[in-house]
Write a protein that binds this ligand. Structure first.
Ligand code: PLP
Length: 284
């Protein structure tokens, strides 16, 4: 298949699967989602992403319709149906179904999955970033379907011929519209703390792990826009970007002062993806 849509047991092309108007995702964005890269039909770091989805369901009182094991198994089976070497797997659970009313519906959530061919970014290409105020609410640690600020800031990036937009909240950098951001300064990796103002990215956790492995001290601390501009390097992380350097912010050149550590971190994350998803090898 060229792509795949799944909704509560129904499978077809994304363009052909319909979702009932009673689904609470439709009115309220009342649900949570996650996404993984997949190569050679091996979803990368699936365990971590499925775990995060279930934690988010728990935080919002949503009852997933399947166990973690059932969902992981289903994803591993569905990816085989889609053409291509590299794919992007998106999955969400909405709270459930009912006539529109703000208070919770009873029962289990609805499961929606989409799978489409997609390559990871070219990790060797540095990015251009835009900047905006972080006008999101204060549960950014939950990967909710409510993505309006993310949509608006992603469009801001596009309108400015950039790839991502950095959020600044009360003078401090939080993250980007759909990725985390960290800096290298004086040989240390500095990244915003995993509080309610950022999504605790799976790739961010991997970046921290790789930094420690390579004797790069890590500080999970707040840092400012000035710190970003004066950083030795800036690293943007997400499942589809892996770890990428940055060349400009609002068209001003940045980074380029610690290429060695940037290369170590970028390559170890990308190589770990390639190694874990080598054909005929299963990591989990
Ligand atoms: N921050 C936000 C707001 C995101 O939407 C994402 C990914 O979608 C990330 C960070 C990166 O998370 P991960 O590395 O788990 O893909």
């Amino acid at each position: 298949m060229k792509n795949l849509g799944y909704y509560n047991g129904r499978v077809g092309l994304i363009e052909e699967i319909s979702v009932p108007m009673t689904d609470r995702a439709f009115y309220f964005g009342d649900g949570v989602y996650d996404a993984v890269m997949c190569r050679n039909n091996i979803p990368y770091l699936l365990f971590e992403h499925v775990n995060r989805l279930y934690q988010n369901c728990h935080l919002l009182g949503i009852t997933p319709p399947k166990t973690k094991e059932e969902l992981s198994h289903l994803i591993k089976e569905l990816v085989k149906l889609v053409d291509g070497e590299e794919k992007f797997v998106y999955f969400h659970v909405s709270r459930g179904s009912g006539i529109r009313e703000h208070t919770f519906t009873e029962g289990k959530g609805n499961l929606c999955i989409t799978i489409k061919p997609q390559k990871v970014d070219n990790v060797f290409e540095k990015m251009d970033l835009a900047v905006t105020n972080d006008y999101r609410y204060s549960y950014c640690n939950i990967k909710t379907l409510n993505l309006l600020p993310s949509v608006l800031s992603a469009q801001l990036a596009k309108d400015n011929r950039c790839e991502e937009t950095v959020f600044v909240r009360d003078g401090y950098i939080t993250e980007c519209s759909h990725s985390n951001i960290s800096i290298l300064k004086n040989g240390e990796l500095i990244t915003a703390p995993a509080d309610k103002h950022i999504l605790p990215g799976v790739t961010r956790a991997h970046l921290i792990e790789e930094a420690r492995k390579h004797n790069i001290p890590v500080r999970e601390e707040k840092y400012t826009l000035d710190d970003l501009y004066s950083a030795d390097e800036i690293i943007v992380t997400s499942s589809s970007k892996m770890a990428r350097g940055v060349k400009t912010i609002c068209r001003k050149p940045v980074g380029g002062k610690d290429e060695e550590r940037l290369r170590i971190l970028r390559d170890s994350i990308y190589n770990s993806y390639l190694a874990s998803t080598k054909a005929h090898e299963r990591r989990e």
